[in-house]
Each structure stands twice: as C-alpha cells, then as structure tokens.
Design a protein around this ligand. Structure first.
Ligand SMILES: Cc1cc2nc3c(=O)[nH]c(=O)nc-3n(C[C@H](O)[C@H](O)[C@H](O)COP(=O)(O)O)c2cc1C
Length: 183
C-alpha cells in the first residue's frame, strides 16, 4: 500500500480546501491511501521556544508521519496572492531542526493543489510554494495542476464535491501524482 499524507492549509470548519482534501481521499486510485493530517494545534514558530523546549509534540508527531509516508499532498488556500501564514508556519516548524529536513522532506514526492472562491483557483499561492518546496529538497510533481475556482459552486453546503467536471479533474490529477509516487 502506498501512503500519501494530505494536509489542508486552512483551519476553517467550512474550508473549501479541507473539503477538496476529503474529496481526494475518496478518489485515490486502488492501492493508494490518502491519510488526512491537520495543522491544527501547531503553535506559532518561535525560536526561543524551540531553543528552550524543543520541537512541540504535535510537530514532532507530524514530522514522523510525513517522513514515514511515500509522498505528501498540500492543499493550499490563497491569501493575498500567496500561501496563508498559518500553513507556511506549520511547514516552517516541520523544517526544524534543519538537520531533519533531508529525512522528512528530502527527495519526497510532493504536490500542491487548492481551491478558492475567486477566479484563479489559488494559482499564485501554488506558485508561492515553489521556492519552499525547492528549499526543502522535495521532489515536486509538475505533471498536472488542480486549480479549483468558484469553490462555492463546486461544493455543497456540507462540503461535499458536487461538480462532476472537478471530480474527474481531481481523479486524473491524483492518478498522475500516485503514478509519480510509485515510479
Ligand atoms: C486574508 C485573506 C486574503 C485572501 N486573499 C485571497 C487571494 O489573494 N486570492 C484568492 O483567490 N482568495 C483570497 N482570499 C479568499 C480565500 O480564497 C477564501 O477565504 C477561501 O475560502 C479560503 O480557503 P478555505 O475555504 O479553505 O478556508 C483571501 C482570504 C483571506 C482571509
């Protein structure tokens, strides 16, 4: 079984990005499990806290989970044409200490997708992640893109994916990434 860790970069209960992640979990190809993780409970990064108390338990736990998986799927909202601070903060904690970066992220398949009520479906946020993914030494997949725009028309009031075109696009996207992870 191939395991991919999926993380949504939103803490909002009605998050479109978390809804997209849940939809992805249900559409993974046979033989691939998408394990949903969360950035909930990760404190703001503070170098003094790291120096005096070390890595917070939740961060250490998530580092172990990501390190033990075959790949990661980051589902990013877009804030002010970039990634949300809360999501970047979580990844910053996960990159500490820097000596652990190779075992957590190094050479690991990663892909980014996202949803927005706007017209551009997180294109700029996804681009903003590129230098981060490069700095962490990941192996990003560029074989497909998933930009979910007008998200309020794509999900129903319970956060279920109701748009058939998007469902097909998501399925294709996940199939491509899964093949990349398994190659
Ligand atoms: C501070 C802030 C800035 C935002 N900037 C953008 C933006 O640049 N582009 C965009 O498409 N949506 C922007 N939005 C709208 C978000 O896409 C929208 O709130 C979305 O629902 C957030 O993702 P979520 O549903 O997963 O929480 C912004 C929202 C906030 C709170």
């Amino acid at each position: 079984m191939t395991t991919i860790i999926g993380v949504s970069g939103s803490l909002r209960r009605g998050s479109f990005n978390s809804a997209l992640l849940r939809a992805a979990a249900a559409l993974m190809p046979v033989g691939v499990e998408l394990k949903i993780e969360s950035i909930e409970g990760i404190p703001l990064y503070n170098g003094d806290v790291e120096a005096s108390e070390g890595i917070p338990n939740r961060v250490a736990e998530l580092k172990t989970t990501i390190a033990g998986a075959d790949g990661s799927l980051l589902v990013t909202p877009e804030y002010n044409n970039s990634m949300p601070g809360v999501f970047k903060n979580a990844i910053d904690w996960l990159s500490r200490p820097a000596s652990d970066i190779p075992s957590v992220f190094g050479g690991k398949p990663v892909v980014v997708m996202g949803a927005s009520p706007g017209r551009f479906g997180t294109a700029l946020s996804q681009n903003a992640w590129l230098p981060v993914l490069r700095t962490l030494g990941t192996k990003p997949w560029f074989g497909g893109r998933l930009l979910v725009s007008r998200a309020q028309t794509i999900f129903d009031e319970h956060g279920s994916l109701k748009d058939e075109v998007t469902r097909k696009q998501l399925e294709q996207f996940l199939k491509g990434f899964a093949e990349f992870v398994q190659a």
